[in-house]
Design a binder for this molecule. Structure first.
Ligand code: ADP
Length: 270
């Protein structure tokens, strides 16, 4: 079976949407985009897929809700605004999914859930039960408990890492990360006109890490390094990953129909 055909038969799918997909450039929430996302995911569920949505955006939504002129600066303010934004964000998802007769459940996690067997088992049980019940688990980092995302948004890339952890934990067939770019290129396409989109990646080499803006401590350029890290984690756990553009959420349907869209990072077969 070709690799893209494999994607067609994916049943359990984790979808990650970042702040760039959920908000306008001015920081306000993009309701039209979220509504489309809810419609497409609802339809995928109607077709028999199990979907887990990993979402960012709590601070953005909280800032809009509070009509803040500027984004909060200190970590404690960010945590407080995230607490406000998180319930507003869930309210928005709940409303849009509800319009298509689907119910959502909120799952707030920290990345260390994988480190303790007992906690890990509890988390997996919750996901399995929600999915059995036909619910869409909506996952975000628990910003009250953990400041990893808030503090290291550049380093950890806005939940990219968390989505890979979730996909591995629940043995998903596919992780789809939606970004503001069509996929992974051999060099940064915003700086190089001749950059080429890679349709399939079999192995994450040093060369690719360099194309993403450098490995190691150089996390300064773009969010691509964290996408590669997510691909590494999920591929190692036997999960395929596709990086695609979230501008039109309908792209999810195309990816799951096996169309050559975005970049497919192929799972480790070992
Ligand atoms: P998001 O907020 O959607 O998670 P980021 O904005 O952090 O994503 O990262 C996407 C950006 O990374 C792209 O818009 C692009 O400017 C930059 N980038 C750097 N290197 C590459 C590359 N090799 N391929 C694709 N995009 C790259």
């Amino acid at each position: 079976m070709s690799n893209r055909n494999q994607i067609k038969s994916a049943k359990r799918v984790v979808i990650k949407v970042g702040t760039s997909t959920l908000t306008y450039e001015n920081g306000n929430i993009n309701l039209g985009r979220i509504e489309k996302l809810a419609r497409v995911i609802s339809d995928l569920m109607n077709s028999g897929k199990e979907v887990v949505l990993v979402t960012s955006g709590a601070i953005g939504v909280g800032s809009s809700k509070l009509k803040l002129k500027e984004k909060p600066q200190s970590i404690r303010e960010k945590q407080a605004v995230a607490a406000i934004g998180q319930c507003e964000l869930m309210h928005i998802y709940s409303k849009f999914f509800g319009e298509y007769s689907h119910t959502v459940g909120q799952v707030l996690l920290t990345r260390d859930v994988v480190e303790d067997d007992h906690i890990r088992e509890n988390v997996v049980n919750t996901f399995e039960t929600l999915l059995e019940m036909g619910i869409v688990p909506i996952v975000n980092e628990n910003d009250t408990v953990s400041i990893d995302e808030i503090e290291n948004i550049v380093k950890f890339g806005d939940n990219d890492n968390l989505s890979a952890i979730v996909a591995s934990l629940i043995s998903a067939d596919l992780l789809i990360i939606l970004s503001d770019i069509d996929g992974f290129y051999d060099k940064n396409p915003r700086e190089n006109d001749d950059a080429k989109l890679l349709e399939e990646v079999l192995e994450i080499t040093e060369e690719l890490e360099n194309a993403a803006g450098g490995a190691g401590t150089n996390f300064g350029t773009g969010g691509m390094i964290t996408k590669l890290m997510a691909a590494k984690v999920s591929n190692k756990a036997g999960v395929n990953m596709v990086l695609a553009n979230g501008e039109c959420p309908e792209v999810l349907r195309d990816v799951l129909e096996g169309k050559e869209i975005g970049t497919l990072f192929i799972r480790d077969k070992k």
